[in-house]
Design a protein around this ligand. Structure first.
Ligand SMILES: [Zn+2]
Length: 306
């Protein structure tokens, strides 16, 4: 039986309201429908919600149809997605370089459904602009000329770092939130540009935490130790590979308590802080890299991760 006139209008109005609210909420979803049928929609969200230059980011993809595989491309790099059965979503880690200009960037997604269908999407993501502080130096940084022996050592270590930093493990070795390596205060933020005569002398590529020599330093998340040795600039240096192209770095350690190749758990002690290498005073310098890009460790530590 047909409903009466008023009833019909009420239903229409209600449907319109639902449609409007859905349209607002799914604006980002509708924006990337490209060459696939709408029923194959992938729903993409990110953590943090607002991504800026220098920021790490986690892409979360949900699909109506079950997927066999999902891969992505972002900033010319592969994004490795991992299925999380707990909430039926795919998670991929990525980052934005500190020099990337604000604007719209593309996340390309390639999925294969369990029935073998291919889905391609281009998802637009706005990258906002973060302003990093500038520190004007009264005097330029003095670089003392290293002797030949030191120069050879620096070269050798540069090659070793290049090799380690190129490491990309597709699978996810991290799990849950990243933990601060020590419980302390920040003494030097990520992204600070030190300038002299309006020329940038250096950009701080990590986060400094106050630490007296001998403070136990914990792994920020689970992973595999790929560097654990003394270096000229970094001093006692540890690098952990967390998978999906994500690495964490720990510098100026007075003692290293991990070996290259070790699997480590989150918060496992990997060394003691110190002031070794090129450090003016004891502190812990931590860095985070994603496929050749330095990203802000403070943002990573704030992120809600599965
Ligand atoms: Zn530092």
């Amino acid at each position: 039986m047909a409903m009466n006139f008023i009833g019909k209008h009420k239903v229409t109005a209600a449907l319109l309201l639902i449609a409007l609210s859905l349209a607002v909420r799914s604006e980002r979803v509708l924006a990337f429908q490209s060459n696939s049928a709408p029923r194959n929609k992938l729903i993409v969200t990110s953590e943090p919600e607002v991504i800026v230059n220098g920021s790490p980011c986690l892409f979360r993809v949900k699909s109506r149809k079950p997927l066999r595989s999902l891969s992505g491309e972002w900033q010319g790099r592969d994004v490795f997605f991992d299925f999380d059965a707990r909430d039926g979503a795919w998670y991929g880690f990525a980052g934005v370089g500190i020099d990337v200009a604000a604007g719209r960037q593309r996340l390309r997604l390639e999925a294969t459904t369990t029935t073998g269908a291919q889905i391609s999407y281009i998802y637009p993501i706005r990258v906002g602009r973060a302003k990093y502080p500038i520190a004007h130096l009264g005097v330029p940084h003095q670089f003392t000329e290293p002797d030949d022996e030191t120069l050879a050592r620096i070269k050798e270590e540069q090659a070793l770092k290049k090799d380690a930093f190129a490491r990309v493990t597709p699978s996810r070795l991290w799990s849950g939130r990243f933990a601060a390596p020590i419980d302390s205060v920040i003494t030097n933020e990520f992204g600070i540009r030190r300038t002299f005569n309006r020329k940038v002398q250096s950009v701080h590529q990590g986060l400094d935490l106050r630490a007296d020599t001998g403070t136990p330093v914990g792994a920020m998340n689970s992973g595999v130790v790929i560097v654990a040795r003394e270096m000229f600039f970094e001093g006692g240096f540890v690098v952990i590979d967390h998978g999906q192209g994500l690495l964490t770095l720990y510098m100026h350690l007075s003692e290293i308590k991990a070996h290259e190749g070790d699997s480590v758990a989150k918060r496992q002690i990997i060394g003691l802080s110190g002031g070794t290498g090129r450090a003016t005073a004891p502190h812990l310098h931590t860095g985070v890299r994603w496929q050749g890009i330095y990203i802000d460790p403070a943002t990573l530590l704030r992120m809600q991760l599965p």
